[in-house]
Design a binder for this molecule. Structure first.
Ligand SMILES: Nc1ncnc2c1ncn2[C@@H]1O[C@H](COP(=O)(O)OP(=O)(O)OP(=O)(O)O)[C@@H](O)[C@H]1O
Ligand SMILES: [Mg+2]
Length: 292
């Protein structure tokens, strides 16, 4: 990834254009060789509300183009954690983050990093579908592009169609693009929100319990979609549904609340291992439904 993708070019004072360009070329070459893009790393992160820690993570890596599930009981900081990954946490008044979150090796909390660009690279889908209610289906997806401040490289209609196809919704809506987004079913609205997030070509998609308001059929469609999307984007999904975590994810991270009320990572690893042979007794109890 180019560091410039994260920074607002006009605000950046480069120490030496040449050194930076050389370092950047090396970084780009390394990315090209390894093909690793969309890797997220959390290092010594603590997120708090009004001085009270909500979650702490020493080390957590989310592999590129894979699905990482975040599981754990209510209140252990799952939502807070994923909101630190695209710098949404700090928007809450009194909320603070310390530590590093790296996307392909670049610290998202570094100086000169533009938060708007971070959110373009790391999109988010919420528990309840939240399309813009007064806008049409078309405009909802187009809004992703407009709000993302994307330079247009193709006609907007093409971007909208591509995003809706990518979100497996095109066939259901192609004849009603001018209808309000709220005329869609819950599952369709959630796929519309995914299309809106995909329209700006993100590296990572964060999903916070994306199926909890959906019926099993709509849930299955979103799960299918996730499996297809991971060819293009890294996915981090928070879920309370253990079957869902074990069905869709490649890796799982299990959180609990510590005595001081802040969430912490108990263990993370390949999903199959976490569910069949976890290292920690606490994990085994949780995934087998013995508590939580
Ligand atoms: N806006 C806020 N202001 C103050 N405290 C908050 C805020 N949002 C969350 N918290 C607190 O942070 C802690 C973690 O909450 P968070 O929503 O991240 O948990 P969660 O694991 O996502 O829970 P759930 O599974 O119920 O969604 C909780 O103690 C919660 O009360
Ligand atoms: Mg939550």
């Amino acid at each position: 990834m180019s560091a410039m993708e994260l920074t607002d070019a006009k605000d950046v004072t480069l120490p030496s254009a040449t050194t930076t360009a050389v370092a950047q070329a090396a970084a780009d070459a390394a990315t090209a060789v390894s093909g690793r893009t969309g890797a997220l790393s959390v290092r010594n992160v603590e997120a708090s509300y009004s001085g009270v820690a909500a979650v702490r993570v020493t080390n957590l890596d989310m592999a590129p183009r894979k699905i990482t599930a975040i599981i754990g009981p209510s209140g252990c900081g799952k939502t807070t954690l994923i909101r630190t990954l695209n710098r949404m946490h700090e928007v809450t008044p009194g909320a603070r983050v310390t530590g590093r979150v790296e996307l392909d090796g670049h610290d998202l909390y570094g100086t000169n990093v533009d938060r708007v660009r971070v959110r373009r690279l790391i999109g988010m889908v919420f528990q309840r579908p939240n399309p813009f209610p007064t806008m049409s289906i078309f405009e909802n997806v187009a809004a992703g592009v407009r709000l993302g401040g994307i330079k247009k490289t193709e006609p907007l209609a093409d971007t909208v169609e591509r995003s809706l196809r990518h979100a497996a919704l095109w066939d259901e809506v192609k004849d009603r693009l001018k209808k309000r987004a709220t005329s869609l079913s819950g599952g369709q609205q959630q796929r519309l929100c995914i299309a809106r997030a995909l329209a700006v070509d993100p590296r990572v998609l964060l999903m916070d319990e994306p199926c909890s308001a959906l019926d099993p059929i709509a849930t299955a469609r979103i799960e299918d979609l996730m499996s297809r999307l991971k060819d293009d984007v890294t996915i981090v999904i928070v879920t309370h549904n253990m079957q869902q975590a074990s069905r869709v994810s490649d890796s799982t991270a299990f959180f609990l609340m510590s005595d001081d009320g802040a969430g912490y990572l108990v263990e993370a690893g390949p999903t199959q291992q976490i569910f069949s042979a976890p290292r920690e007794r606490l994990t085994e109890d949780y995934v087998s439904g013995r508590f939580g």
